[in-house]
Ligand binder design. Structure first.
Ligand SMILES: [Zn+2]
Length: 200
């Protein structure tokens, strides 16, 4: 506190720019925002920086790395869901949303922290494939277990041919799976979504 600042509170506090802390004299151009009051030069500079960042979010996207990140995220999500199912013996589909989350994060981070509709599409495609494969793994575990209890042995490969893949998935399909898939897609769509400038 400056000396003499303990004078009556009613005196007007000088308004300072929230960025450079220059005292704004009356009549001096200023911009009032939710983030505080700014002098005009600071406001213009900050606005320019934000616009630059918004424009840069979709530039120089590293697509090969985005693909790698998406696949790694999906693999992680699949492992989590499958692991959860095998450990708990419960096919709790809600855990599957980890796939959408991890895929979206993987795509965004390895693309160079970019956001673009192409990344959204990529994340959705990978997460749907991951969800389908995880469903296969989960159903496969239950089928193998049931057959083993019956004393039967059957080969269900980890990389199945398409018709077997389809049969195993549809054998365990329930309507709720569509809801979980929708959440997976939503997560994958939301995470790399471009930030838009609020129009004034
Ligand atoms: Zn300023």
């Amino acid at each position: 506190m400056e000396p003499g600042a303990d004078s009556p509170v009613a005196t007007e506090e000088p308004i300072r720019c929230a960025e450079c802390e220059t005292t704004l004299s009356e009549g001096q151009p200023r911009q009032e925002t939710d983030g505080g009051t700014f002098c005009q030069p600071c406001f213009d500079r900050l606005t320019g920086e934000v616009q630059q960042a918004i424009a840069a979010q979709g530039e120089g996207i590293n697509y090969p790395m985005a693909l790698v990140g998406g696949l790694a995220g999906a693999a992680l999500g699949v492992a989590v869901w499958w692991g959860f199912t095998v450990l708990t013996n419960i096919a709790f589909g809600l855990v599957a949303i980890v796939i959408g989350f991890a895929t979206g994060k993987g795509v965004m981070i390895l693309s160079g922290h970019k956001r673009h509709v192409n990344l959204q599409v990529l994340a959705i495609a990978i997460s749907i494939a991951g969800f389908a494969y995880a469903s296969y793994l989960v159903n496969r575990s239950f089928i193998l277990e049931a057959l083993a209890a019956d004393g039967q042995a059957v080969a269900l490969p980890l990389i199945p041919p398409p018709d077997l893949f389809y049969n195993v998935i549809s054998a365990g399909f329930r309507a709720m799976d569509l809801v979980f898939l929708a959440i997976v897609i939503y997560e994958a769509w939301k995470i790399p979504a471009p930030i838009r400038v609020p129009t004034q």
